[in-house]
Design a binder for this molecule. Structure first.
Ligand code: SAH
Length: 355
């Protein structure tokens, strides 16, 4: 077997590793390998996106959910979750505030909440589309029939985020109730791509039972899907879930995997996630230096922020959108990057030719 650095070179050149090579690379990483990887990751990040960090305004519009994922704080069995949903006017107000702050992408994320029927969702999407023709609309509403995705696309949505969570069916079953499957989750992602959405997938790092073989499968699936975005963040336990006592994912492994994603698919949109900022005060900055190029601050009203508690100690639950934006701007400038006002579409070439 080649050495870790040679495998990173191979990944850069061919964009693929075998399952055994992925496992070896992940299990034999060290500080030296990580530094080598991050230098390459930043080279590609700069090549396609310069020093620009894109920002998406996240609107967490409902925490009602019919699903019961074992890791998630808003699972239906959590009787202690205080439920809320934003109405159409409140969602549009979030967009208005966000637009004023320079956001050109709105991400509507929520639990799988039946109150938001197809008609209601289409109405909200088309209102945002008409009110903000220069903005991208991203949805993150879980698994839906292809027909529903299609109609939401026609109503004006451009992008969809649906993490596959883990590519391995047995591991998937250990994180979710029986009625959910990795196969169906993946099918939804193929449907979304086929319809024409800019599609984001991803997974939690260090979810209970995750092995390097599972991570190898995640990379192989992502390479095959070729999504536009991949969101990864550490698993963080939530006190009111079956996984309350499980260990969380680490900063070190999450950063390494961000670097690998950037080198495997160099044009990817890669968020430095809130979960990463939650387990380390400078997690998001470190994520950017490992190859990430997107941040997704919260635009939800502060009155509901704390209630969208997917995991414990989530950061930024007390700040107004404007404060969040200013804080992130400062953080990003402190490491030599710049927060940009742009839709931040996939594969922008900032200074192509430099490589
Ligand atoms: N209902 C939507 C949105 C899910 S919330 C959907 O099904 O896609 C967004 C992401 O938060 C999830 O995909 C999951 O990967 C992540 N998440 C949930 N619980 C978490 C936890 N305890 N720690 C870290 N990330 C978590």
């Amino acid at each position: 077997m080649e050495q870790p650095k040679q495998l990173i070179d191979k990944l850069e050149e061919t964009s693929r590793l075998t399952k055994e090579e992925w496992i070896f690379l992940i299990e034999n990483r060290g500080t030296d390998t990580a530094d080598y990887l991050f230098a390459k990751a930043r080279k590609w990040q700069h090549h396609y996106y310069g020093k620009q960090i894109y920002t998406r305004g996240l609107i967490e519009f409902t925490n009602y959910c019919k699903n019961d994922c074992y890791y998630c704080g808003i699972r239906r069995s959590n009787r202690n979750a205080e439920r809320y949903r934003l109405n159409r006017e409140q969602i549009l107000e979030c967009c208005q505030i966000g637009y004023g702050l320079g956001f050109r992408t709105f991400v509507l994320q929520g639990g799988e909440d039946g109150w938001f029927t197809q008609e209601r969702l289409e109405g909200i999407v088309s209102d945002i589309r008409n009110g903000y023709p220069d903005c991208a609309i991203t949805l993150s509403l879980g698994e839906r029939p292809k027909e529903s995705y299609q109609r939401l696309f026609e109503a004006g949505a451009d992008r969809y985020l649906l993490r596959h969570e883990t590519a391995d069916e047995v591991h998937y079953k250990s994180l979710h109730p029986l009625e959910l499957s990795a196969a169906h989750r993946k099918q939804c992602l193929w449907d979304l791509k086929e319809i024409g959405y800019q599609t984001g997938t991803g997974f939690m790092v260090g979810s209970p039972g995750q092995t390097s073989a599972h991570l190898a499968e995640d990379f192989i699936f992502i390479r095959e899907l070729e999504p536009h975005m991949v969101g990864i963040g550490p698993f963080v336990p939530h006190h009111d879930t079956p996984f309350a006592a499980e260990a969380g994912g680490t900063l070190e492994l999450t950063l390494f995997l961000i670097g690998l994603l950037r080198v495997m698919l160099p044009k990817l949109l890669l968020p430095a996630t809130t979960a990463l900022g939650t387990i380390d005060p400078e997690g998001r900055e470190k994520g950017i230096l490992a190859g990430a190029n997107v941040v997704m601050p919260n635009l939800s009203p502060t009155s509901v922020r704390r209630k969208y508690e997917l995991y414990d100690n989530k950061i930024c639950t007390g700040d107004e959108a404007a404060e969040c934006r200013a804080c992130l701007s400062r953080r990003i400038e402190s490491i030599g990057y710049e927060l940009t006002v742009s839709r931040g579409d996939y594969g922008l070439t900032a200074d192509a030719g430099e490589i």
